[in-house]
Design a binder for this molecule. Structure first.
Ligand SMILES: Cc1ncc(COP(=O)(O)O)c(C=O)c1O
Length: 412
């Protein structure tokens, strides 16, 4: 089972879903004066806004659509550029492409998230936003990235798909940028199969995202309606069935985080002190969601030997998360092959370059790194590690195995 929330699906989720089915109200819209209508999606939005520390949260049907809607809400489109890390899930990049804007790939540093210095070097007059992706459960250098964004008058977008429940300097991730996005697919902290959330403090941005996600309507379809809709929208709504599962999952968030953090402490204590082995740099260790412990070896050869023996992978081999393996991006393939951002008449963007090896520092780092999964079992990121239900004994035993294999290859 992939993510921690999925492993904990139980009677609470079943009761919530049955409750929705019995109520007969499956859409997020229902009669607020009927006690049978539970307004689960609305309640879930309110809870996520409170946990994040922002004014608005908008539930959508996936993290990918959340990113695309956020870009739309910010008015980002053709001839604009968005800086995004080369180590991320492809959706961060494809959402930019389908907004019509150009993704500009940037290096990650030993946080495994955007390197603020490299980001600043890639800003041009066309840059409209920086997309910080909090990979593997830990926040990027948000203070520095916020400063870069402010210096250049561009937006900061937080892709928090892999970090629901992580914190940064005392508050939830997703509140430092103009907008943040979460995912609730099966690999994420909590899940309803597929779902997403947009969080923001900006009322206007929220209203634009809401309208785009629901056929141009204003929030909750109240107020401005036929005759006064600001623009055409689409349908990216979350259903009450999904909201119901997520409300039950949310009740388990604190337990998930505490369990992951306890297991990670055990694994870290077993691996600490191994000569030559380093760990990922965490800009805010207290905010760590602890879904992964990323280890860094002195060379790619050693890391590959260790991974091979453990049945793990070096992060450079992650087929879904490294730009080098995104053949559809490298070959600029879109559904029509026409228009912005890759088509030559889309002025000024024809020189966009996507090539394997174009981010040498990212490549070198990922080549020497292995993630020990703490609560996410993903063949593309961390096939070796723990599952959510594993207790301290299993954590110690697996960490000891990792240490023994790593020690042998580091010494020899
Ligand atoms: C970093 C990142 N961004 C965006 C997404 C897209 O989320 P979803 O699968 O909900 O569309 C994911 C999902 O794996 C992700 O890991």
């Amino acid at each position: 089972m992939p993510g921690p929330g999925l492993e904990l699906i139980g009677e609470e989720e079943i009761a919530e879903v049955v409750g929705v089915l019995r109520s007969g109200f499956l859409s997020r819209y229902g009669p607020n004066d009927d006690p049978a209508f539970g307004a689960r999606v609305r309640h879930f939005e309110q809870e996520v806004a409170r946990l994040t520390g922002v004014a608005h949260a908008l539930a959508v049907n996936s993290g990918s659509s959340g990113i695309w809607l956020a870009l739309a809400g910010l008015g980002i489109g053709p001839r604009d550029e968005v800086v995004v890390p080369g180590f991320t899930f492809v959706a961060s990049i494809s959402a930019i492409v389908y907004a019509g804007a150009l993704p500009v790939l940037a290096e990650v540093d030993e946080t495994f998230n955007l390197d603020p210095v490299d980001v600043e070097a890639r800003i041009t007059p066309r840059t409209r936003a920086i997309m910080a992706v909090h990979m593997l459960g830990n926040p990027a250098r948000l203070t520095e990235l916020r400063a870069v964004a402010d210096r250049h008058g561009v937006a900061l977008i937080e892709d928090c798909a892999q970090a629901f429940g992580a914190r940064y300097r005392g508050g939830g991730v997703g509140r430092i940028g103009e907008v943040g996005i979460f995912s609730f697919n099966e690999f994420k902290t909590i899940t309803c199969g597929d779902g997403g959330m947009i969080v923001t403090d900006d009322e206007d941005l929220y209203r634009r995202c809401f309208a785009m996600h629901d056929q141009g309507h204003s929030p909750f379809r109240l107020g401005i309606e036929v005759g006064r809709r600001p623009f055409l929208g689409m349908n990216f709504r979350m259903t009450e069935l999904e909201g119901a599962v997520l409300m039950a999952q949310l009740g388990k968030l604190d337990a998930i985080r505490a369990h992951l953090q306890a297991n990670k402490r055990i694994v870290e204590s077993v691996l600490t002190g191994l000569p030559g082995l380093a760990f990922r740099v965490l800009p805010d260790p207290d905010g760590d969601l602890a879904t992964h412990l990323v280890t860094i070896f002195p060379s790619g050869e050693i890391a590959r030997r260790v991974a091979g023996e453990l049945g793990a992978i070096v992060l450079a081999d992650s087929g879904w998360h490294v730009y080098n393996h995104m053949e559809h991006l490298l070959e600029r393939r879109t559904i029509t092959g026409k228009g912005c951002p890759f088509d030559w008449p889309c002025q000024g963007t024809s020189d966009a370059r996507y090539e394997a090896g174009m981010l040498p520092r990212t490549d070198a780092l990922l080549e020497r790194s292995i993630s020990f999964g703490i609560g996410v079992s993903d063949p593309n990121l961390a096939p070796f590690g723990l599952r959510m239900r594993d207790g301290p004994d299993v954590a110690r035993e697996r960490a000891t195995r990792f240490r023994e294999v790593a020690r042998r290859h580091l010494e020899g």
